[in-house]
Ligand binder design. Structure first.
Ligand code: SF4
Length: 339
């Protein structure tokens, strides 16, 4: 626990006592690689990329929700090659307009040309590194080598973009890998790290695997915090790990992600998250429980997008809001059914 206390004290010296939820916006369920052993995409049937994409209106509606509810964008992501560069160039300005801010982009290694092209709309790039142990990496990401990501980090840094990376606790790493992780953060100017714990996706080789303990995830977060006092650290919780949140925040995480926030909006789990944040002595920015009274049509109408897209976005947004209003009721009914 010493390391947790040290990390907590370093966090408090460098950041205000607050936290927020970060939403990853996924634009497709297609990935041309589909063989990372832990990944949900790896057990999806192969399909036409276009069939696996979300509609533009659905993405814009979600971006508006993020803005209004104070959810920061963890990143914009989809599987590798789900969208062509031309698609991304069309989508990024629209999403930035709806969200009102730039995104982190997590769509695989990008060439210098594409970094330049996307630069006006992105804060930085996220390298899905997942694990720094080369042997484990080869095993869990056989078709996704690290090197192209490292080259992207160098190029991105050169042109003034920020670098972020992902790290999953529980895929086979050992604590001896910590020094490699710290070196990577230092060498590649990583300013943000997402530290998740393994979610055993059904159908993958991890289906029956125990999830890592909260203490294990906290150990990685705390050690990274102690070495990098001002690094932006996001932790993943998922809906079955809400109780770990106070520990992960005390270990020095700035924010949390991996919670199905629209599906469980206002549910008892979302309420519990806000309570856990309070237990950790942090103020929660944004909301997972209270929909503000909004003129949603106005939120859509102010966007500089064409009229027919506005109509479709409003329809989608209304559907989302309706679902979120009903999420609490659905959740209570499910609980009653389980009793
Ligand atoms: S590249 Fe990304 S989306 Fe594709 S299988 Fe690997 S982890 Fe999943």
């Amino acid at each position: 626990m010493d390391i947790i206390e040290e990390a907590d004290s370093i966090y408090k010296k460098n950041f205000p006592s607050e936290t927020h939820f970060e939403r990853a916006i996924f634009f497709s369920w297609y990935c041309s690689i589909r063989d990372c052993t832990f990944c949900f995409m790896s057990v999806q049937p192969n399909a036409e990329p276009k069939k696996m994409r979300r509609s533009t209106e659905s993405l814009l509606a979600e971006a508006i929700l993020c803005r209004v509810l104070g959810w920061e964008s963890g990143f914009l992501s989809g599987g590798i090659n789900a969208f062509s560069p031309a698609d991304m160039k069309r989508l990024l300005p629209l999403l930035t307009t709806a969200y009102g801010n730039k995104f982190w982009l997590n769509i695989g290694p990008l060439s210098p040309d594409l970094l330049e092209a996307y630069k006006p709309f992105i804060r930085g790039v996220v390298g899905a590194i997942e694990t720094v142990n080369p042997v484990v990496h080869k095993r869990i990401c056989p078709s996704k080598p690290i090197e192209p990501y490292l080259r992207m980090f160098d190029e991105a840094y050169k042109i003034g973009l920020a670098n972020a990376m992902t790290f999953i606790v529980g895929v086979g790493e050992t604590r001896e890998d910590l020094s490699q992780l710290l070196e990577m953060i230092e060498r590649y100017h990583i300013s943000k790290i997402h530290i998740y714990s393994l979610v055993p996706e059904k159908g993958t080789i991890y289906t029956e695997k125990d999830i890592p303990s909260p203490e294990e995830q906290a150990w990685w977060i705390a050690n990274v915090r102690v070495h990098f006092p001002t690094l932006d650290i996001q932790c993943g919780i998922w809906k079955d790990r809400v109780q770990s949140l106070p520990l992960l925040l005390r270990a020095g995480a700035n924010s949390f992600s991996k919670f199905p926030a629209t599906r469980l909006f206002g549910s008892h789990i979302a309420e519990d998250i806000e309570k856990q944040v309070e237990n950790a002595g942090r103020t929660f920015k944004g909301t997972l429980t209270k929909l503000p009274t909004m003129d949603w049509a106005r939120e859509v109408n102010v966007l500089a997008i064409d009229e027919s897209l506005k109509e479709r976005v409003l329809r989608k947004l209304t559907q989302y809001v309706h679902k979120m209003v009903n999420a609490r009721t659905d959740c209570s009914l499910q609980l009653a059914g389980q009793r």
